[in-house]
Design a protein around this ligand. Sequence first.
Ligand SMILES: Nc1nc2c(c(=O)[nH]1)N[C@H]1C(S)=C(S)[C@@H](COP(=O)(O)O)O[C@H]1N2
Ligand SMILES: [Mo]
Length: 159
Amino acid sequence: MDSVNVITAPAVDGALVLSGRFQRPLSLSLEALRRYDSVTATAFDLRCYTTNRFIRSVDAYRGVRLTTLIAEAGLPNEVPGEFKRTVFIARGQDGYVVTFSWHELFNTPIGENVLIAYECGGCMLDAEDGAPILFSGSDLLPAPRHVKRLARIEARVLS
Ligand SMILES: Nc1nc2c(c(=O)[nH]1)N[C@H]1C(S)=C(S)[C@@H](COP(=O)(O)O)O[C@H]1N2
Ligand SMILES: [Mo]
């Protein structure tokens, strides 16, 4: 079996799972996400990439950086330089998928603004509000990489 692509069930219902080619796969509840160092984004307009449609204005999110969670799970290190060939696949509970590359997250300014949000405009978000929400704050059109009900971050190393 290809251990890179194992799908594991979340240990906690509604938890965010970091799976695939990590050193230490993680399963994090909203409460667990709130214990990490947080950053606060700026308010923005949610706009669809496909149609350019304005969806709504969104107040400042607060959450943990995706890079913080990836560092906690541990990047692949079996082969020298392997981590630089890693892509991260983020999936919502509904199966909606978006991608990030190691370079983008760790070697461009985009990574600093990729958050897993659990608070908006100073108000706690819970599962009914769609939390945790993945949000890439530097994207030109933010809606595609604004993933509600984020369920999984999977690390895959490209050959
Ligand atoms: N989980 C999930 N998040 C998603 C999507 C989706 O289908 N599932 N669609 C994205 C796209 S393409 C758009 S335009 C917006 C739509 O935002 P809304 O559902 O809040 O109107 O959500 C984004 N986030
Ligand atoms: Mo969209």
